[in-house]
Design a protein around this ligand. Structure first.
Ligand code: F6R
Length: 246
């Protein structure tokens, strides 16, 4: 299903409200709440709203475990552009989540350790009981996480090569495109599909790819189209991103 909101802010409030309700429901039953998180421009207003709920409405993240979708490779954790920095800047520095409950791929490891790191990451998700709710954005080429067109529906966490399309979209955070890493570590399509609930957010000029993902054929050439096969997935989008839906 698709839910259309007038603005990114109102859509983000709806997503934040669902996350807050889930955290509180888990808290009442003494359980942890396992969230899969994204970076990029799409979730910025979501994180702002979660921070507001923490400060103004007493929402605690003490029972929350997070797994981020992806990270550049290689990248220094402390670099402004790392997804580690992004998550702390927009969310983790402002809430009461326990540092040991935060998981982000480590873009600093030597290449020969990445395979093992990915196996361990998948194992940590499993040990946490699986992802209750996964937040996604969508790339202009249909990528989810850094699963670029052609990624297998069976893919697990792994090192991937970024499309030039993705590198140029993300060049906004770097001095120029040549500085954007060529590689990344990402959860796989299968990892994402195992989440019990998925919310994909898209705002602004994403109308063409949103239409292909929602109404087009299910194909590995449009990774987000595979979400049509998930039984509990919603696209929360704004009016601009909805203009090419029929
Ligand atoms: C980020 C991620 C990516 C982004 C996508 C859209 O962790 O996994 O798939 O969600 O590239 O990026 P924005 O939101 O910047 O348009």
């Amino acid at each position: 299903p698709v839910e259309i909101f007038p603005t990114a802010k109102s859509g983000s409030q709806r997503v934040a409200a669902e996350i807050a309700a889930l955290i509180r429901q888990k808290e009442q039953s003494g359980a942890m709440c396992v969230l899969g998180l994204a970076t990029g421009s799409s979730p910025i207003s979501l994180y702002a709203e979660l921070v507001r709920l923490h400060h103004e409405e007493g929402l605690s993240f003490k029972n929350v475990i997070t797994f981020n979708l992806d990270e550049y490779y290689p990248i220094d954790r402390e670099a402004y552009q790392s997804y580690y920095s992004f998550m702390h800047r927009h969310l983790f520095a402002h809430i009461d989540i326990k540092p040991e409950n935060v998981h982000i791929f480590n873009g600093e490891l030597p290449k020969e350790q990445i395979k093992q790191h990915c196996v361990e990451y998948e194992q940590m998700i499993a040990d946490a009981g699986g992802i209750d709710l996964q937040i996604l954005g969508i790339g202009n080429n249909g990528h989810i996480g850094f699963n670029e067109p052609g990624a297998s529906i069976h893919s697990a966490s792994r090192m991937v090569v970024l499309d030039n399309n993705t590198r140029s979209a993300n060049a906004r955070d770097f001095q120029n495109i040549s500085r954007v890493p060529r590689l990344a570590i990402t959860m796989g399509i299968a990892t994402i599909m195992e989440a019990r609930r998925i919310i994909l957010m898209a705002w602004g000029n994403k109308a063409a790819i949103v239409a292909r993902a929602v109404e087009g054929n299910v194909t590995e050439q449009v990774p987000a189209s595979i979400l049509q096969q998930h039984n509990n997935c919603v696209f929360v989008i704004d009016e601009n991103a909805a203009t090419e839906l029929t």
